[in-house]
Design a protein around this ligand. Structure first.
Ligand code: HEM
Length: 404
């Protein structure tokens, strides 16, 4: 508080905002229980912060921190997604390589989740002190986390150590390497993007796994959009490659679900009391991927599935072109020729299979953690997911076909 007041009194320079102090205070209580006087002060900071490019990070941070006070806590603000700086479309800067950015952020998130496990196990941190997991569970997390990062690390030319005899040592070495390569801005964004609602240890893992999946879905949306463009230009082989890359990303991220399955169900039930209103049904990136593959049918578009993501719904209503639509158009115009077409059909089937598998695994983990409880997105919970599982990803492909 004192630091914040003194920051305000010496000119409120956005680059000098005491993020670490504010985050430490949030971590002390959990976001749901932030002291009211701190919230009042942060609200004042928001009021005096001008709308300018230089203040964007600070404004995004305050938007995330004040979500509960403003009564608009949701999935985006719970995960601090605006603070992770995800891109699903090429930026004005041609040098920004989205695939490289994705891999980098994905590794940073999971390496950080494992580093928290290490710190807690060695007693080096008092962060989220409730319901610490037992050592065998933590060792499993190290192995699964290393596996989840392995494909992204390999693309960076840094082969991961899989199934190490000393998983804790392997994680420590990897984390040291990752941190040494991080910029101060990347480190700060990771810190301010971890705002648990309560004090239970496993919420850290939950947040990082969701953020890592969001990173992956954001990249998938970019790949699927590029597939649409390639089809529109009649480049079947390029479209096939983009879908293949997307499928690889989704398949390689699968250990994340195994990692999340190590969450203690009673811990999940403890902190989810304070996450009501934040549900991945509000995930824009997931619905972008879904709707870019195939435009949702009217009943789904008018249901909670899309009413929870109004921007994506608006895009669909405005005529967003999907892979399925672009495929039919290209076919009608005689642009899908062999051998590109056969490969494309195969890739479409593989992508649909991977996404269907993702839904299936998600359904299983939700059932295990939730039982018959309702979801935080105000659906009836797993029955919603059971129904959504069988929605075809594409109707141009047999979704259930196993890739050969
Ligand atoms: C403890 C683990 C999890 C549980 C219990 C769970 C539960 C649920 C439930 C009940 C829903 C239905 C909407 C609602 O009422 O909230 C849902 C939707 C969803 N979840 Fe999860 N989830 C879990 C983990 C994840 C993870 C790690 C992701 C990755 C991003 C994820 C992504 C999604 C998506 C994208 C939807 C929307 C699906 C659709 O609208 O068709 N979930 N989840």
């Amino acid at each position: 508080m004192r630091e914040l007041l003194s920051w305000l009194s010496v000119g409120a320079d956005p680059d000098a905002f005491p993020y670490e102090t504010v985050v430490a205070e949030l971590h002390r209580t959990g976001k749901h229980f932030i002291a009211d006087d701190l919230l009042v002060l942060l609200d004042q900071v928001r009021a005096v912060t001008p709308q300018a490019e230089e203040t964007r990070l600070l404004r995004d941070f305050l938007h995330v921190v004040l979500d509960k006070r403003d009564g608009r806590f949701d999935y985006q603000s719970y995960l601090g997604l605006s603070l992770l700086r995800l891109h699903d479309e090429p930026t004005d800067d041609d040098r920004v390589d989205l695939r490289r950015l994705h891999d980098r952020l994905f590794v940073h998130l999971i390496a950080d989740a494992l580093a928290f496990e290490l710190a807690a196990e060695s007693g080096a941190t008092q962060l989220l002190p409730l319901q610490r997991p037992e050592p065998a569970r933590v060792a499993k997390r190290y192995r699964l986390g290393l596996r989840a990062m392995s494909a992204a690390l390999a693309r960076q030319g840094r082969p991961a150590v899989l199934d190490p005899t000393e998983p804790a040592a392997a994680v420590a070495a990897l984390h040291a390497m990752v941190v040494a390569d991080q910029s101060p801005a990347e480190r700060r964004n990771l810190l301010i993007g971890m705002l648990p609602v309560y004090l239970v240890h496993d919420e850290y893992l939950f947040i990082r796994v969701l953020q890592a999946y969001e990173t992956t879905f954001t990249m998938l949306a970019a790949e699927v959009r590029a597939t649409v463009d390639a089809l529109t230009d009649g480049h079947a082989a390029v479209a096939a490659d983009r879908l293949a890359y997307g499928r690889e990303l989704l398949t390689a991220a699968a250990p994340l679900f195994s990692l999340l399955a190590t969450m203690q169900p009673e811990s999940f039930r403890t902190f989810r009391v304070y996450t009501e209103g934040a549900s991945a049904i509000q995930s824009r990136s997931y619905k972008l991927v879904e709707s870019l593959c195939r435009s949702p049918d009217e009943p789904r578009l008018s249901s909670a599935a899309y009413l929870s993501v109004p921007e994506v719904r608006d895009r669909v209503l405005a005529g967003q072109v999907s892979v399925e639509h672009a495929y039919h158009t290209a076919n009608r115009l005689g642009r899908l020729r062999e051998p590109g077409r056969a490969l494309l059909d195969k890739r479409i089937g593989e992508f649909a299979y991977a996404l269907t598998q993702w839904r299936q695994t998600h359904y299983r983990i939700a059932t295990r953690m939730l039982g018959t409880r309702t979801g935080t997105g105000y659906t009836e919970g797993t029955p919603y997911l059971a129904a959504a599982r069988s929605i075809p990803v594409f109707t141009t492909a047999d979704n259930a076909r196993l890739p050969t």
